[in-house]
Design a protein around this ligand. Structure first.
Ligand SMILES: Cc1cc2nc3c(=O)[nH]c(=O)nc-3n(C[C@H](O)[C@H](O)[C@H](O)COP(=O)(O)O)c2cc1C
Length: 185
């Protein structure tokens, strides 16, 4: 169950029904969890990588820094996403910190079923030293190497070591996710 997303419950029947071992109190608890987590304002990133010549990208708000020495960061990725398959085998990836005017890019890279082979064509980007796409106009990006992938329920927790730090426009404001809305800070 994703605490982000579109706010729609994904249980199989109307509230009040019992769905294979999931009772009403659990549904209510899930709704309350999602509702409260939606009030935890976060920044928004797009994680990018390349596998077998194909670009992969995913919007994420589970990104945070982990360690200063060495510099490490993490994000969580849903196990049933295509990006999970990609990040499980890609040793290197880039985290793009989105600016306030990049809400369209955040929506695009969160859209299920978008064509993999053309997904980067709709956003301006350049390639970092590893050939991984970095979004133009972001607050900046980090190029990372996977350090570990830990289980995290229906997600995996991907921890990366920071190889390169590229600053973007210092004057740009951040894109923020709050109450399931993408908004400027
Ligand atoms: C603002 C926002 C934040 C998101 N954060 C995450 C996240 O941290 N982890 C995750 O797995 N999915 C997150 N998603 C959902 C993914 O972006 C989306 O499911 C994924 O791109 C689906 O595409 P794929 O199956 O092709 O990988 C987020 C979506 C939005 C709109």
């Amino acid at each position: 169950m994703r605490p982000y997303c579109d706010g729609q419950m994904r249980h199989a029947g109307p509230v009040g029904s019992s769905v294979s071992g999931v009772d009403d109190s659990m549904l209510d608890r899930t709704a309350r969890f999602r509702s409260l987590m939606a009030r935890c304002a976060t920044g928004v990133v797009v994680v990018t990588t390349v596998v077998d010549g194909f670009d992969h990208a995913m919007t994420a708000n589970s990104f945070t820094s982990v360690s200063l020495d060495p510099e490490m960061v993490l994000f969580c990725v849903q196990k049933d996403s295509r990006f999970h398959e990609a990040i499980s085998v890609a040793p290197r990836w880039t985290v793009n910190l989105l600016a306030a005017d990049q809400a369209d890019a955040a929506r695009w890279f969160a859209e299920r079923g978008r064509p993999l082979e053309r997904q980067m064509q709709v956003v301006e980007h350049t390639r970092d030293e590893d050939g991984i796409p970095a979004l133009d106009g972001s607050l900046g990006y980090l190029s990372c190497t996977t350090e570990a992938i830990y289980p995290g329920g229906d997600h995996s927790i991907v921890v990366g070591r920071v190889d390169r730090i590229v600053q973007g426009d210092h004057a740009a404001e951040a894109l923020v996710f709050f109450e399931r809305r993408l908004t400027g800070l």
